[in-house]
Design a protein around this ligand. Structure first.
Ligand code: MG
Length: 306
């Protein structure tokens, strides 16, 4: 098989690539759906891969849903998926706190109800979900009551992000032994029709700036998401394909973990950006160059139907 990077995947090459892998990891937004709309042909691709005996996984930085919520959304869009095939940052962050950090104590959570549920599912108690309105004067804010059992601040997507939450996170984080974990650093959340809203990365940077500390992040391109999946399913990394629409998260995760990589053009990144990384002469940027690209994952259909 050709090892020249950023090759258009078509014709006989599709079959060769699929024959060379046992597991296919998909990012979700911009790959199998956009917002609430499935990419045309995506469910057929996923279902046929499974019929061909491939393991299929979903690896997403979006922290707003539990594994169960993702599986339900996928089923409603026609995908044949179970919750244990989904690795979102709400779930992976809970596993990270439990297995890597060995957290003993509560979490101050800047995040969603989904994150709260995934934390509770692994036995981690949390405080902080929901609105937190400001009152009083700066001196009151600096002396805001803190829960002495909190041993970690965790930042995910939080639609109730506010000055008071930022302040509370900072007051916990000035305690040197307080852990600091973020789900991901994506700065924008793309929506249908080319629209976008600020992503978790914006919130995380605000907390890092206030706390004057850097968070550890769980999401792509950090290898933890793959480690988490590999530990549960025993996959062979040389026989895995990572499919994504972003070079700096999906493709870089694949490169970081020694997986084959495929960029799909239904989301954020372009071939021109990938080629610019490839031709930059920078060793550091080569991790963001995919092995292959397709216009859409629907381009895998003919090989699967043949
Ligand atoms: Mg994406």
């Amino acid at each position: 098989m050709s090892r020249s990077k950023c090759t258009l995947l078509s014709g006989a090459l599709v079959e060769q690539l699929l024959d060379s892998v046992d597991s296919v990891l998909f990012d979700c937004d911009g790959v199998i759906w956009r917002g609430d709309q499935a990419i045309t042909g995506a469910s057929e691709v996923i279902n046929l891969l499974k019929e061909h005996g491939k393991k299929v996984f979903f690896v997403t930085n979006n922290s707003t849903k539990t594994r169960k919520m993702y599986a339900d959304k996928m089923s409603s869009l026609g995908f044949n998926v179970t919750a244990d095939e989904v690795f979102g940052t709400a779930y992976c962050c809970a596993v990270f706190l439990k297995t890597v950090c060995r957290l003993e104590g509560k979490v101050y959570l800047m995040g969603s109800n989904a994150m709260k549920q995934e934390l509770e599912a692994v036995g981690v108690q949390q405080v902080g979900v929901g609105p937190d309105h400001v009152s009083g004067q700066p001196i009151d804010w600096a002396n805001v009551p803190l829960d002495p059992e909190v041993k970690a601040v965790v930042v995910g997507f939080d639609e109730h992000f506010s000055y008071m939450k930022l302040n509370r996170a900072m007051q916990y984080l000035v305690q040197k032994d307080c852990l600091f974990v973020g789900t991901n650093r994506d700065t924008r959340l793309p929506l249908e029709g080319g629209k976008a809203v600020p992503g978790t990365g914006c919130l995380l940077q605000a907390v890092e700036t206030a706390a004057q500390r850097q968070a550890q992040t769980v999401g792509k391109p950090n290898h933890f998401m793959f480690d988490c999946l590999a530990a549960q399913f025993g996959v062979e990394r040389e026989r895995c394909l990572m499919v994504g629409d972003r070079l700096d998260t999906d493709i870089l995760l694949g490169s970081n973990c020694g997986l084959k990589t495929l960029l799909t053009l239904t989301g954020v990144s372009t071939v021109a950006e990938a080629e610019a990384h490839r031709d930059s002469g920078s060793a550091e940027r080569q991790g963001m160059v995919p092995d292959y690209y397709v216009e859409s994952i629907a381009d895998l259909l003919p090989a699967l139907q043949g």
